[in-house]
Design a protein around this ligand. Sequence first.
Ligand SMILES: Nc1nc2c(c(=O)[nH]1)N[C@H]1C(S)=C(S)[C@@H](COP(=O)(O)O)O[C@H]1N2
Ligand SMILES: [Mo]
Length: 323
Amino acid sequence: MLIKRPDDIQPSEITPRSVFRDRRRFMRDTAGLAAAMLGGTLLGSRTASALATDKDARGPRIEGVVESSYRVDDELTPYSDITSYNNFYEFGTDKRDPALYGGDFTPRPWTVKVLGECEKPGEYDYEDVVKPHRLEERIYRLRCVEAWSMVIPWVGIPLADVLRRFAPTSRARYVAFRTVFRPDEMRGQHRPILDWPYVEGLRIDEAMHPLSLLTVGLYGEVLPNQNGAPIRLVVPWKYGFKSIKSIAAIEFTEKQPPTSWNRAAPREYGFYSNVNPEVSHPRWSQRRERRIGELFKRDTLMFNGYADQVADLYAGMDLKASY
Ligand SMILES: Nc1nc2c(c(=O)[nH]1)N[C@H]1C(S)=C(S)[C@@H](COP(=O)(O)O)O[C@H]1N2
Ligand SMILES: [Mo]
């Protein structure tokens, strides 16, 4: 993602390390391709019919999760890839840094500050934010602007349900999110890689859209630190960077809030950042993407495949100008 220093452009962003890494997976892909050519089905599919599990997963399980009907039927990305190939610049700019250095981070106890245009501002304990809601498992695609993607069984609650409890006023047109600032636990925050703390924002109708998920787990287990513990956003029709991790504050605003990547490189990252194969990024084509663990690139879908659900949000907008 980074723009400031050439040494921050990691080789891993050019050649995903998982492409040829795993001999077993290479063979599975090859076998799957052969089967597909013979008209058979793909072998070794991880598409789950019940709550997703993976043999590599090992965190504490979350109780009482129900399966939601929001699920794509693409093959799931293995837990080991979801938790070892990350963007979380607070821990460093290499894809491996969040897994390597996220261990010092303490996601409990945790509070979320609620501010701005709402009737119930305050500082809420994590439990008060999450407990009143039913946890669901949703299988969403996540696509990074760097042209890789994953399919992840998230555990979370609709963001809209949580936001409504804070009673936004009629002046709330946007929702801003802020990540925690803890340089002692997040070594990347010692360097001016981004203007810390990381901030993001959504228009209120985007935030209230039923696909927007406030996420606390994956593969039925508590969210690992590298994936944004204890609570992060997942907005599946937008590039990965809109899905802000380790949320410490939520603010309802009248004006469009600043976002970290837009501040760092306004020409490259706009406020909307909808997945759009027609609008290219200066450094990565958005037409195609590599699903982590697969050999061949696939076409990127408009709004990451969620066009039926979200295209209405942008009716009449010029998506080339509002990128
Ligand atoms: N606070 C914070 N949130 C963040 C980031 C970050 O650097 N800091 N990176 C973003 C980017 S670029 C992506 S692609 C996703 C990656 O999420 P994952 O590591 O869980 O796959 O997190 C997003 N959320
Ligand atoms: Mo990303």
